[in-house]
Design a protein around this ligand. Structure first.
Ligand SMILES: N[C@@H](CCC(=O)N[C@@H](CS)C(=O)NCC(=O)O)C(=O)O
Length: 236
């Protein structure tokens, strides 16, 4: 049976972390909201299921519905050999994913620092201040942390955890993709100081299934509705 992924149909957003894991695993999945009438199906699901996810993305596997990106990846990682099998390794991988979720939320808040319900143009002054802090301090701090993890896993062949690819390698790839789109100048500067992160990003892009996926119509382009938005005034 195919997995059903439920996510907003026009953006990469948080759904992309799940898509990358499904694509690397070669798993059968339906991106439900991108099918005809799929968005209505997604909303109905959230309105009616016994255990409703708070927000997309969520994944349906038979009768099981899982919300929260990090929880979905925990689930898929165990089923598709994209995470260590030992509990400590699994927890460490989950911890890294949760930290990626933290920076993703901060990236979102650079263009919506006051409220999601307001237009960017209505919170631009705050966004300019928030983005400066994000560029100057937060991007370097997070990328340094990933660099440290890679350096402390010297036999890991460039992987964050263990010796083979895990879902957090895919997620770090996607984070770098998003930061590079939204903050090209600041990210280029930060990546100069984090060469292992830059290498991991390049290596993931070359993986056969990921390469095929990135070139396919299944990969939605970045745009100014998603989490990573390019507003040139927010990048210096
Ligand atoms: N912590 C959740 C956040 C989910 C989330 O914020 N989803 C966004 C789209 S990326 C959404 O639809 N939010 C609606 C809302 O917060 O009201 C996760 O990592 O999956």
């Amino acid at each position: 049976m195919s997995y059903e992924l439920y996510y907003w149909p026009t953006i990469q957003g948080r759904g992309e972390f799940v898509r990358l894991a499904l694509e690397e695993a070669g798993a059968d999945y339906i991106d439900v909201a991108r099918e005809s009438e799929g968005l209505a199906v997604m909303i109905r699901m959230m309105d009616h299921v016994e255990r409703p996810p708070f927000a997309p993305p969520f994944l349906k596997d038979g009768e099981t519905i899982i919300g929260q990106t990090a929880a979905i990846l925990l689930y898929l990682g165990a089923r598709h050999d994209l995470a260590p099998k030992d509990p400590a390794g699994g927890l460490w991988t989950h911890q890294i994913q949760l930290t990626i979720a933290d920076i993703v939320a901060e990236a979102h808040d650079t263009h919506h620092p006051v409220a999601i319900s307001l237009y960017y143009e209505d919170q631009k002054a705050e966004a300019l201040r928030r983005a400066k802090e994000f560029r100057d301090n937060r991007i370097p701090k997070f990328l340094d942390w990933f660099e440290t993890i890679l350096a402390r896993n010297p036999t890991g062949d460039g992987h964050l955890v263990g010796r083979t690819l895990t879902y957090v390698d895919l997620s770090l790839f996607q984070l770098v993709e998003g930061l590079t789109y939204a903050f090209p100048k600041a990210t280029k500067r930060a990546l100069k100081d984090t060469p292992r992160v830059a290498s991991l990003h390049a290596a993931v892009a070359k993986r056969p299934r990921i390469k095929t996926y990135l070139a396919s119509p299944r990969r939605i382009s970045f745009n100014e509705e998603g989490i990573f938005r390019r507003y040139p005034e927010l990048d210096r």
